[in-house]
Design a protein around this ligand. Structure first.
Ligand SMILES: CCCCC/C=C/C(=O)SCCNC(=O)CCNC(=O)[C@H](O)C(C)(C)COP(=O)(O)OP(=O)(O)OC[C@H]1O[C@@H](n2cnc3c(N)ncnc32)[C@H](O)[C@@H]1OP(=O)(O)O
Length: 257
């Protein structure tokens, strides 16, 4: 891999965007390698949670602008589509994902963070969708995900102005889940991941599916999916273990079965 580094720290899989001299700008190679890196974690049953972060001072400053002059209408469409499909894939994997936002998360970088389930940011981080200043607009799913995360008014404000906001402001509007000092970022993110790693994986997978698919369905369809899913969780060993552990006043040990 040229553009990312992966590290397994069971039960956590770490993925580092690794173009620090370009502030981890996302190019076609990174899109391809991210897909491979995520797959490596998805198909490893010892990995329960995936953390994506950036090497250097940025999470990612977005799509690689230095390549934009080479693009024409068709290739720009294909590049945007391949990035957007990667974000869709990340959002819909069954394992939980955390974006550890260590610095700038701009444009496609913020779109990647938004495709993750949880965002934990350093106090120093700055977030935004500045594409408008380049005469374009977010193209890796940002126009759709931001509005679902923070609501139409603030989403439009961020996209129309292109302004960067602080991590604290991002936390206030619900764009990040938690803000911590940079010195604690790795440990706090690891602790959060370890907490998720102890939860029953089938329940996690179903919650993700219900939330991600349900949000775009008529509510009755989503509610019916929720009820049907109960048939699945109630047939798992983890449900029996969870209920027994409660009644026996001990900590549950979930197996993902
Ligand atoms: C075609 C499909 C597109 C799909 C949708 C996605 C679109 C996008 O994401 S568009 C990009 C949106 N992002 C931006 O507009 C941010 C651009 N970067 C900046 O504004 C600044 O770099 C900064 C505020 C993030 C940081 O400023 P500073 O601390 O002063 O650092 P430098 O500007 O000196 O950056 C260091 C180095 O990195 C290069 N670089 C930064 N961002 C990008 C980028 N997005 N693409 C390519 N290269 C980038 C920057 O040019 C510097 O390089 P050198 O000058 O060669 O050192």
């Amino acid at each position: 891999m040229e553009t990312i580094v992966i590290k397994k720290e069971t039960p956590i899989g770490w993925i580092y965007l690794n173009r620090p001299d370009r502030l981890n700008a996302i190019n076609q190679q990174m899109i391809k390698e991210l897909r491979q890196g995520i797959d490596e974690m998805v198909y490893d049953s010892d990995i329960k949670v995936i953390i994506i972060t950036g090497n250097g001072k940025a999470f990612s400053a977005g799509a690689d602008i230095s390549r934009f002059k080479e693009l024409n209408g068709y290739t720009a469409w294909q590049f945007a589509k391949s990035g957007r499909e990667l974000m869709d894939y990340i959002e819909n994997i069954s394992k939980p994902t955390i974006a550890m936002v260590n610095g700038y998360a701009l444009g496609g970088g913020l779109e990647l963070a938004m495709a993750c389930d949880i965002r934990i940011a350093a106090e120093e981080a700055q977030l935004g969708l500045p594409e408008i200043n380049l005469g374009i607009y977010p193209g890796f799913g940002g126009t759709q995900r931001l509005v679902r995360l923070i609501g139409k008014g603030k989403a439009l404000e961020l996209m129309l102005t292109g302004d960067r906001i602080s991590a604290k402001e991002a936390e206030k509007i619900g764009l990040v889940n938690k803000v911590v000092p940079l010195s604690n970022l790795e440990q706090e993110t690891r602790n959060f991941a370890l907490k998720l790693a102890e939860k029953p994986p089938i329940s996690i997978a179903l919650i993700k599916l219900l939330v991600n698919q349900g949000i775009d369905l008529p509510i009755l369809a989503g509610l019916n999916m929720e009820s049907l899913g109960w048939g699945v969780v109630f047939s798992t060993e983890d449900e029996k273990e969870g209920v027994s552990a409660f009644l026996e006043k001990r900590k549950a040990q979930f197996k993902g079965k």
